[in-house]
Design a protein around this ligand. Structure first.
Ligand code: HEM
Length: 252
């Protein structure tokens, strides 16, 4: 079978099947992320405490299963693609100094940060919040920790929504357009990566409350309303494309 030949080589069937799994898992993960941010959060602000509690125990709980395992499979299939492309070894030394290398570094580092937010911030907080709703529904006391866990989870979820917008562009850009940019020297690639790392650090550290707390002016401006988060996502996308690729690396 052709699809099984050269399975683990760059451009072989293993890479294609890995991409297929990556698309399905990525759609599942980011679809759930958008459901939480654009549908569930605004809806939960309108309903009664009893309705919200019941919805958390029945709908949110199930959605979180697809959300976190979608994230895990997206991450694993992404690492598989990098592996069959032989980019996890010494080949990476030269690859990151290419437009494709910078592009996938941007896409993958955004996505890996998002993956860590899911498993290390959002999911542990939701276990406490939904666990508390369960206890109350069974006639027990609410967990006093639950209220304090809501803000960190909400901030990480909004940061993931923001990052998903430039992340998805650079995932596809890597193989489908980044080759239109080129520089003879390494400097522009390094500067574009540093620009990206600075932006990533500001987004993530803000979401973790490490820059002026969870209610800093930047956090409130960008994360409070999902429409502002979407606008910020496109601003970050435009800065990386226009400043990073158009101006710093330049057309080929
Ligand atoms: C979690 C960490 C992730 C890693 C390590 C990762 C890694 C990769 C790699 C190595 C590629 C191949 C780039 C190329 O050479 O064409 C890729 C492509 C892609 N990824 Fe990801 N990815 C991750 C998350 C995501 C997420 C969350 C999505 C969202 C849906 C996504 C969507 C895509 C798409 C659409 C492509 C383009 C495939 C193509 O052009 O055929 N990835 N990713």
């Amino acid at each position: 079978m052709e699809i099984l030949s050269n399975f683990a080589d760059p451009g072989g069937g293993g890479e294609m099947l890995g991409r297929y799994v990556h698309y399905l898992a990525g759609v599942t993960w980011i679809g759930m992320l958008y459901y939480f941010n654009f549908v569930q959060t605004p809806a939960f602000a309108e309903v009664s405490d009893a309705t919200r509690s019941e919805a958390m125990r029945t709908i949110t709980w199930r959605a979180l299963w697809w959300f976190r395992f979608g994230a895990l499979l997206t991450f694993l299939s992404g690492i598989w693609i990098l592996g069959v492309q032989k980019l996890l070894g010494s080949e990476f030394d030269n690859f990151w100094k290419t437009p494709q290398g910078v592009s996938i570094a941007i896409g993958a580092l955004f996505a890996i940060t998002m993956f860590l937010n899911v498993w290390l911030v959002i999911w542990p907080a939701q276990q406490v919040i939904i666990g508390s709703a369960r206890k109350v529904a069974e006639g027990g006391e609410a967990d006093p920790e639950a209220a304090a866990r809501a803000k960190p989870a909400a901030r990480a979820s909004r940061a993931n929504t923001l990052m998903s917008i430039p992340m998805l562009f650079f995932m596809g850009f890597t193989s489908h357009y980044s080759g239109a940019y080129f520089s003879d020297s390494t400097g522009p690639y390094v500067i574009t990566l540093l620009l990206f790392l600075a932006i990533l650090a500001v987004i993530e550290l803000s979401a973790l409350g490490k820059i002026g707390g969870y209610d800093s002016p930047l956090c409130k401006r960008v994360f409070d309303r999902h429409k502002d988060t979407i606008v910020a996502g496109f601003v970050v996308w435009a800065v990386l494309l226009i400043v990073g690729f158009e101006l710093i690396i330049g057309g080929s």
